[in-house]
Design a protein around this ligand. Sequence first.
Ligand code: 13P
Length: 251
Amino acid sequence: VIAGNWKMNHGPRAAGAYVGSFLPLLGGVRSQVLLFPPALSLPAARAALGEDRGSLALGIQQIHDHPSGAFTGELSAEMAVEAGATYALVGHSERRALFRESDAEVALRFRAALRAGLQPVLCVGETLEERQGGGVEEVLGRQLDAVLGPRSSPSAEFLPPFLVAYEPVWAIGTGVHAEPEDAEAAHAFLRARIALRLGDTRSAEVPILYGGSVTPENAQALLAREGVDGLLVGGASLNPVSFAEIVRIAG
Ligand code: 13P
């Protein structure tokens, strides 16, 4: 799974043009490719996709947990589905840090995505301070448990399809990506923690993506690591040519 998070970039016009030039670059690609445009650009991106969507799907970057109501400025998972989304980012570190989103809110949004039939991509990751203090597993465990629950009591509500993205905060937009072996260790921890909750078989169905300063230059080394099932790309997904290059590296 190779996902591009455009963040607050590419309005409707640019999104339509992007998809128009990106699609022809995907010939022969076997990976599932996801684009997360700004919500306002979803309809334009969907229109540019047409009926022949192939391996390309759309997602929304952020949802509220209610289906509708008096929440000025917010968007629901149900609306995202109507606008063409099949995936939703949940708990991106920019939401957690800049908009003070709590673990509890992230958990509600994760459930809201599943309720509406969207596949949530749960983003987790530690800050530099937390890494330097040896707290990586504590942070990842806390962020995951807040959503999936700490104990083994599988409930239909939490069964896949969903995805997890390991995005160390210090690697996002900094040009400093995680060392592939550090990414591998974090992914192994996450996989084991998901298995505690869902069991080994179900856990194996959850793709775990790496995100943070992914480029065409480092994508291969990251994808080569055990347990790295895909990538969540920010800056390098803004240009269809460089993003297609990453997609082609994944195969
Ligand atoms: P960059 O690839 O720009 O570091 O962003 C990563 C990210 O936050 C994707 O969600």
